[in-house]
Design a protein around this ligand. Sequence first.
Ligand SMILES: Cc1ncc(COP(=O)(O)O)c(C=O)c1O
Length: 401
Amino acid sequence: MSGQTPIFIPGPTNIPHRIRQAIDCPMEDQRAPDMPDFTLPLFRDVKKIFKSDAGQVFLFPSSGTGGWEACITNTLSPGDKVIASDFGQFSHLWIDLCQRHGLDVVAVDVEWGEGTPVEVYARHLEADSDHAIKAVLVCHNETATGVTSDVAAVRRVLDDLGHPALLFVDGISSIASIDFRMDEWGIDIAVSGSQKGFMLPGGLAIVCVSEKALAAAESASCPRCYFDFADMIRTNKDGFFPYTPPLHMFRGLRASVDMLLEEGLENVFARHHRLAEGVRQAVAGWGLSLCAKESKWYSDTVSAIVVPHGFNANDVAKLAYLRYGLSLGLGLSKVAGRVFRIGHLGDLNELMLMSAITGAEMAMRDIGIDVVPGSGVAAASEYYRKTGRPVDLNAGVAAQM
Ligand SMILES: Cc1ncc(COP(=O)(O)O)c(C=O)c1O
């Protein structure tokens, strides 16, 4: 297919030219004496993306799932009780990972389309007077349903009850895109992945760990080797790694962090919010609804769009890909066939997103879904037009770019 075909799946996301260029460098010596000049500032600056001063960053050569495993195996022991909720494919898989490591998971079932049930967590934690619950798990942004949870509210529950459980957050599709405050929200381990808001290829689990979680690692007895924090700490403190590090990914990460900090995290969050809102306007224009049940759950990185009964959402995505070269996200597991997803995170602007909205609208019409031609496109484009940055045609150009 000629022309560019940016992807609109909720990760991996489009890789900006600057990051591709940063990755395209000659191989380096991982044990070179000047390697710490590169790695130590990288650790320091990655922490800024998590909004953490106190935490320690780990860069594991792995996808985000390895970050979950690092989090669980370093801090807990088989038989430990944790509380988690299942409201989408990724929160579901995190529970599965905990169970396979022998943890005793209080798995709260939540209707898909809702987020972390803070009140249910509060009831369990209040009843847990002997503090058997060692960790509370929150999937900040459930990528399968396009639902964002209130992490700060979970922190407040723990604080109000004086409960000492660790707070673990899956921020794989939120960190570097949606407001995230590791220290302020008292998060003990935050897990991210390179292929979402960091705009890199898949392959890095980017994890930030509090002092409290590091202390828990000293007595945790889950078997671990590759993901052992202790091995990383021993070598990372001097800027090196316990095994061959993926240096090209680190070069890309350096460029990614620079781009995010240059734009400013608050601007990054505002951009994602505005782009997401345009997609939501399009969905309303089509007369369709989101999988997210209420606006408080709306995700600024991914929208899962419910197709009318009698249609298969996978057909929308398949046709969009085959006819227009447009990659949309499929519905996963329980919502397979019911929703297709538009990923709106990473290196995107409004006109890129308009191409996804246009393509989704065309593909829906192509398979017979009765959306009015131009309805979503008009709603989104008017929103983007009205909320676009102010331009003064008579002022100098350079100052406005
Ligand atoms: C919220 C969330 N958690 C976990 C994962 C799993 O991450 P990975 O596929 O990088 O292992 C994903 C992947 O999309 C995700 O979106």
